[in-house]
Design a protein around this ligand. Structure first.
Ligand code: NDP
Length: 307
């Protein structure tokens, strides 16, 4: 790190320019001197040409000189890989730097990563996000943070570039844990709403009519109020959040229940169902397409009526 920190823009690095990483990085680029690295290099080259960020040729090169390194990768295993693998980002960071991991990761691996970085004097927070791609574009994500309060305060100006709400959940890994449980609830809602509407469709009830009732009654959820009307009834199934990532999140949630000795038959079964859906529908499917597996098993279709 060079220059007087009080008079210069912070130097940042960003790794993982995927569906949600790209809009987050766009906000960070507008407020820092940013370097980026992405596994598919053309994605980073395009991002750099659009934002003026530096396109680095390795994670270590991106991290060199950075006060803050942000990561937004599928899972904690890939965070470990980009930090500690060949030409890993940790090798480019100096003592005093800070890693902000926006991956929806798993608590145990985040603690392991934090311990390893701490040995080099590098701070870490897990900072997964909710609000989807639209929330990221609007700079209004909710960020759930695990780590100590002083470290969060140091990273807050960076988080504020893309957050509408920042919540300190507790020690390292607790942001990941809250995120996994939140997404497990999303998965429960998607699957159970699909089961209920499929059964009603087989009884001859129009799913749009059923949703009209549910959405002014106690069974409603974000899934019934927004996702089904906007993505299922009109069969649009836009690809915003991969089914494989939700499968991973529900698996983390079921693992947290298991590791804490919390009986959780519903979360455990939901994890099994989403693993089935991921296997049957593949890597490219969106999370809402899990509905298609419920439909296939029920022998019916929910919707088709254009909203
Ligand atoms: P994507 O699959 O769109 O992007 C993943 C990114 O990780 C890409 O940049 C990809 O590079 C990179 N990557 C994958 N594997 C590796 C690897 N082995 N080494 C280095 N880089 C790798 O995911 P999202 O952007 O949707 O999600 C990122 C994280 O954010 C996940 O943890 C997800 O659960 C979470 N999240 C996503 C939300 C969403 O709405 N999409 C909402 C909230 C959280 P490449 O370009 O080469 O594929």
């Amino acid at each position: 790190m060079t220059g007087n920190p009080s008079t210069r823009r912070p130097a940042a690095a960003f790794i993982g320019l995927g569906a949600i990483g790209t809009p987050i990085a766009t906000h960070v680029a507008a407020n820092t001197t940013l370097a980026v690295w992405n596994r598919t290099r053309a994605v980073a080259a395009e991002f750099a040409s659009e934002t003026g960020a530096r396109d680095a040729d390795s994670p270590a090169a991106a991290a060199t000189g950075a006060d803050f390194l942000l990561t937004c990768l599928p899972a904690s295993a890939q965070v470990e890989e980009v930090l500690f693998g060949a030409n890993g980002a940790a090798a480019g960071l100096e003592a005093g730097a800070m890693v902000i991991d926006c991956t929806s990761g798993d608590p145990a691996t985040s603690r392991k990563i934090a311990d390893r970085l701490a040995r080099s004097g590098i701070a870490f927070i897990d900072a997964p996000v909710s609000g989807g791609v639209s929330g990221a574009i609007a700079g209004k994500l909710t960020v759930m943070v695990g780590g100590d309060a002083a470290t969060l305060e140091r990273g807050r100006p960076i988080l504020e570039t893309f957050a509408g709400k920042i919540v300190h959940c507790g020690g390292i890994g607790t942001g990941d844990a809250v995120k996994a449980i939140n997404n497990a609830l999303l998965a429960v809602h998607v699957w159970s709403t699909a089961e209920g509407l499929a059964a009603l469709a087989k009884l001859g009830v129009d799913p749009a009519v059923a949703l009209d009732v549910i959405n002014s009654s106690s069974g409603r959820s974000n899934t019934s109020m927004n996702l089904f009307p906007e993505r299922v009834l009109n069969r649009s199934f836009p690809r915003t959040f991969r089914l494989g990532l939700l499968d991973k999140d529900v698996g983390i949630a079921a693992g947290i229940a298991r590791d804490t000795g919390t009986p959780a038959p519903l979360l455990t079964e939901t994890a099994r169902l989403f693993a089935d859906a991921h296997r049957e529908l593949g890597e490219e499917a969106d999370h809402i397409e899990a509905v298609k597996l419920v439909e296939r098993r029920a022998g019916t279709t929910i919707g088709g009526r254009i909203q």
